[in-house]
Design a protein around this ligand. Structure first.
Ligand code: NAG
Ligand code: NAG
Ligand code: NAG
Ligand code: NAG
Ligand code: NAG
Length: 583
């Protein structure tokens, strides 16, 4: 257990009767933002439409005074404060949300990066210019008053400015930032990327790991580990060796967190393997979705509630909050109550770590430390052996999450089943072509507006009919590694599908979205715990990546055939070569 975890408030919690037996420490140590009677009263009164609003409000009084006033108010009303009194109390003690940050125009933003010039379709080029402009809308920095009085805020202050996802996501998020950074590098903004990386490295220094996002209530859960990859993108662009040298130990520290706190051992055949899973052994509802979690738990026996809370947090840690991927599909298919995230060993998590291990080995080689380089090479080899034994399905041509309860692979389709291709975590390029066959066999290529998140429509946001930008990237860049022209053409076609969905919705709404509903030709996504959000950091990043990769070929309109008869003939010829595609 890392030293930063405060177990002390446990005793305090035992005195509260919140309807569940306390066995685990709360998600963080703020008695206002993370646990306790005040949080419970405010969130269960549903003063705001979205529970995230309250925990994003700064305090207008010192926390001790707020807690004392709350206690007095509670006592005066026999622990049952009327709603209007509670609202007046909150108004008097807290400020409106969203005041910790100010809009920041990145200093390294410039008018016309090369990526824009290389896009041949004029409509797509104009659109890409707008995406490039959006970095100025999504740039934020922490106000001086928050840095000087952090105890009054749930925001974890950071020294350097950053880009946020947008919408309800006012602060920066861990895995989102990877795709944002890739977009920023295409916009030729390495200074902004360096600052964002520095913020993450500071969090590793402070907490021993990177939290889900920069809020105290996200402290004890992380998100898909992409820090080492972020460093690699920045380093490849800048060749900033001193920065790599100064921070390599923090990268190692973060990977140690996963090795020591998110490890799981699996025995199969005559062997024991070690892999990683999402696991957040902290009790209580998620503070930012408190009432939803609490109400869900009331349908369970008391003894089962804490487990539900930990599995919900592990679901949030996976980045897939929520998805039928984490549910027990046997008892109540598509039901959040059956969530058991930590009982699955996810393909993507292990592919990300496998990639990080390869990168660490390369970094240490560059830095002249062959002993550490070998250590990471060995870790990677062990992981690949375990993934091969437990996740790879030779017949289907893909990897599958390993189910610890059923002791077998979960056969469902998720784009993450191909994450090892993207992560370079495979031995033989032949598997890339096998993956194409897997996509065909699973009917995935029949979806023309994007790759679905799963084939189950559960009402959760990481399921059909939603599609997410990072998952498109996982599949497209994975397939593009194949030397086979046909596989590469499918990668391009998937890129074309996604760009057209993004572009069409942008043309209609002038906005980029967090996710898209890919049925009915593509529209903003829905489902899950909150309204679909505009912005949107990682969607913009992935769009720029695809426009960079395929800018000479992507088209904004389906029928945009060139007017020259000769070219037309060439297009017809190449279309007939592509006739295996589903249209
Ligand atoms: C609290 O503040 C909100 C927003 O300013 C306002 O709409 C509401 O009427 C206030 N409630 C009370 C009880 O003062
Ligand atoms: C843009 O296109 C030019 C000419 O085709 C090529 O040399 C260059 O590498 C491309 N730049 C980017 C950023 O893709
Ligand atoms: C995970 O690693 C820690 C530290 O090395 C070890 O104590 C623990 O037993 C491991 N847990 C599992 C489930 O393998
Ligand atoms: C695997 O682990 C189990 C439980 O820790 C142990 O009993 C068993 O001997 C191990 N098997 C091998 C082959 O190491
Ligand atoms: C799923 O639910 C069924 C019925 O409640 C139960 O029997 C089974 O053990 C559960 N499976 C897992 C893997 O939790």
């Amino acid at each position: 257990m890392p030293a930063n975890i405060v177990v002390l408030p446990l005793l305090l919690l035992l005195e509260l009767d919140l309807g569940s037996s306390q066995v685990l420490p709360p998600p963080c140590d703020s008695e206002i933002y993370c646990y306790g009677p005040l949080l419970h009263a405010v969130q269960m009164a549903k003063l705001y439409k979205d529970d995230k609003e309250f925990v994003d409000m700064g305090m207008s009084l010192p926390p001790e005074n707020i807690l004392k006033n709350f206690k007095d108010l509670s006592q005066a009303h026999n622990n049952n404060i009327p709603r209007d009194k509670l609202e007046a109390f909150v108004n008097a003690s807290f400020r409106a949300k969203g005041q910790e940050l100010e809009v920041w125009t990145p200093e390294d933003w410039k008018e016309s990066p090369q990526v824009l010039k290389n896009i041949s379709d004029p409509q797509l080029r104009t659109w890409a210019e707008r995406l490039h402009q959006l970095w100025k809308k999504l740039g934020r920095k922490v106000k001086a008053e928050v840095i000087s009085q952090p105890q009054l805020y749930s925001l974890i202050p950071s020294t350097h400015p950053f880009i946020v996802p947008g919408g309800r996501f006012l602060e920066f998020y861990y895995w989102d930032s990877y795709w944002i950074m890739e977009g920023l590098l295409l916009s030729e903004m390495p200074q902004t990327v360096k600052g964002m990386l520095q913020n993450f490295l500071d969090l590793v220094q402070l907490l021993g790991h990177i939290p889900n996002g920069a809020r105290v209530y996200y402290k004890q859960r992380s998100q898909p580990p992409l820090l080492t990859l972020m460093m690699n993108s920045y380093f490849s662009y800048t060749k900033d060796l001193p920065f790599l040298r100064d921070n390599i130990e923090k990268l190692a520290m973060e990977l140690n967190f996963w090795a020591n706190n998110r490890n799981i051992s699996v025995s199969a055949g005559n062997k024991n393997y070690t892999l990683n899973h999402y696991f957040v052994p902290y009790g209580q509802p998620r503070p930012e979705s408190y009432s939803k979690d609490f109400e869900l738990a009331t349908t369970l026996q008391e003894g089962e509630r804490e487990t539900l809370y930990t599995e919900l947090k592990a679901g949030a840690e996976s980045g897939w909050d929520f998805s039928s991927r984490w549910f027990n599909g046997t008892s109540k298919p598509n039901s959040l109550i059956s969530i058991r995230t930590s009982r699955l060993v996810p393909v993507d998590l292990n592919a990300f770590l496998c990639q990080a291990e390869a990168l660490m080995s390369q970094f240490y080689t560059i830095l002249g430390n062959s002993q550490q380089a070998r250590k990471y090479q060995d870790l990677r080899a062990q992981r690949m052996e375990a993934m091969q034994a437990l996740m790879w399905d030779q017949q289907k041509g893909a990897w599958f999450d390993y189910d610890l309860d059923k002791k077998q692979k979960n056969p469902e389709f998720y784009p993450t089943n191909l994450a090892p291709l993207w992560a370079g975590c495979f031995q033989d390029l032949k598997v890339v072509d096998q993956a194409l066959k897997y996509l065909e066999d699973s009917q995935i290529l029949t979806y023309r507006s994007g790759i679905p998140t799963s084939l189950r429509n559960s009402g959760e946001q990481w399921d059909l009919p939603n599609a997410w930008a990072p998952l498109q990237d996982l599949v497209i860049r994975g397939l593009a590694k194949s030397p086979t022209p046909r596989t590469q053409d499918v990668a391009f076609q998937l890129a074309q599908n996604w760009i057209r969905t993004n572009y069409d919705v942008y043309s209609r709404t002038s906005a980029m979205y967090e996710k898209y509903n890919i049925l009915n030709g593509g529209q903003p996504g829905g489902g899950g715990e909150y309204e679909v959000q505009e912005g949107f950091g990682w969607t913009n990043g992935v769009a720029l990546m695809l426009l960079d990769q395929y800018g000479d070929r992507l088209r904004s309109r389906a029928q945009a055939l060139p007017s020259q008869p000769l070219c037309l003939a060439a297009v017809l010829l190449s279309t007939s070569l592509l006739s295996f595609l589903p249209w």
